[in-house]
Ligand binder design. Structure first.
Ligand SMILES: NC(=O)c1ccc[n+]([C@@H]2O[C@H](COP(=O)([O-])OP(=O)(O)OC[C@H]3O[C@@H](n4cnc5c(N)ncnc54)[C@H](OP(=O)(O)O)[C@@H]3O)[C@@H](O)[C@H]2O)c1
Length: 289
């Protein structure tokens, strides 16, 4: 399929930076909308065409989308995420984008008490009604989220989250990128919503056990109270609304019963990365210095 140019938003983030690399390596034309000039220069050095701009600026969106025929939207978890996404899709409509791939979450729900999940549902609904061809990637939680807790694990030997004994279906970001790259370049995914999981259902106690082996020290899972968890986030200078949304997202996950899917294998062409593989790949971050 001939592609003129793919615009990627969120290109300096965890998924976006790997997606840009993957697409450039396979020879695809990539443009990024980036608000930070140093980060933009890094992506330019890799071969991406760069548009300096902000998702909150309508004029920047039109300029960034001009001459593109594909859009991969990786929305940041902002307080006005749905508004940013809707404006982006409206601009995509104006500028003639033919296919949008939206990164979303499996917990997307218009009635969700979690702001993140509500925003995703609102944006998904708008995208579906936009008349533009779309593919939605509803992913489960990223394995790389555990990197956020590596300091606690290294220094205290604990992993504290309000997850009770619930199972998760964590997915490695590299698998999300593999699926996303394939979808951008194949027509058969238009109009589809995919649920992306890893290959294992794991409780946090099981995850702590796996990380203990890699870290070479005992890591104990602590079923934290939501209040304690939120307070810890606030103490680390996270804004109150964000701490609330993150805490609620774990609370919702703690009540969920995820089902494994084979989307990564079917579309990405390879078995999902296991949690053990992920943990060993990031050993230097989990292990004590
Ligand atoms: N964490 C999970 O387990 C999980 C699971 C499912 C879905 N998701 C979804 O994944 C998405 C986050 O992906 P990620 O972790 O790769 O993102 P991330 O690392 O947080 O990166 C966010 C990106 O958005 C950019 N950005 C933020 N505000 C912007 C603005 N006003 N204008 C232009 N760019 C802006 C950031 O640019 P700067 O570099 O300039 O800050 C960065 O490139 C969210 O939609 C989340 O709901 C997450």
């Amino acid at each position: 399929m001939a592609i003129s140019m793919i615009l990627i938003t969120g290109a300096t983030g965890r998924i976006g930076s790997k997606l840009v690399e993957s697409l450039l390596q396979s020879g695809k034309p990539v443009r990024v909308l980036v608000r930070n000039s140093q980060k933009a220069a890094n992506l330019q050095a890799l071969g991406a065409s760069v548009c300096l701009g902000d998702l909150n600026r309508l004029d920047h969106l039109d300029v960034a989308l001009q001459g593109c025929d594909r859009l991969f939207s990786i929305p940041p978890n902002t307080i006005n995420q749905a508004e940013q996404e809707i404006q982006l899709y409206q601009a995509a409509k104006r500028t003639g984008i033919q296919h949008i791939v939206k990164l979303s979450t499996v917990k997307s729900d218009p009635e969700s008490p979690c702001q993140f999940f509500k925003h995703h549902a609102t944006a998904e609904q708008h995208l579906k009604q936009s008349g533009i061809k779309f593919t939605i990637l509803q992913t489960n939680s990223f394995m790389q989220n555990f990197l956020w807790f590596s300091h606690e694990m290294r220094t205290k030997g604990t992993l504290s989250l309000p997850m009770r004994d619930a199972k998760t279906a964590p997915i490695d970001i590299r698998d999300v990128v593999r699926v996303g790259s394939a979808i951008l370049t194949e027509e058969e995914h238009e109009g589809k919503t995919y649920n992306l999981t890893g290959s294992e259902l794991l409780s946090l106690a099981e995850i702590a056990e796996k990380l203990s082996i890699v870290a070479n020290q005992k890591i104990t899972y602590i079923d934290a109270s939501s209040l304690d968890f939120k307070q810890t986030l606030i103490q680390s200078n996270v804004p109150e609304w964000f701490a609330e949304a993150v805490t609620t997202s774990w609370q919702i996950a703690s009540k969920g019963k995820p089902t494994l899917t084979d989307v990564v294998t079917q579309i990405g062409g390879k078995q999902p990365i296991t949690f053990d593989e992920f943990a060993w790949d990031y050993k230097t971050i989990f292990a004590q210095e």
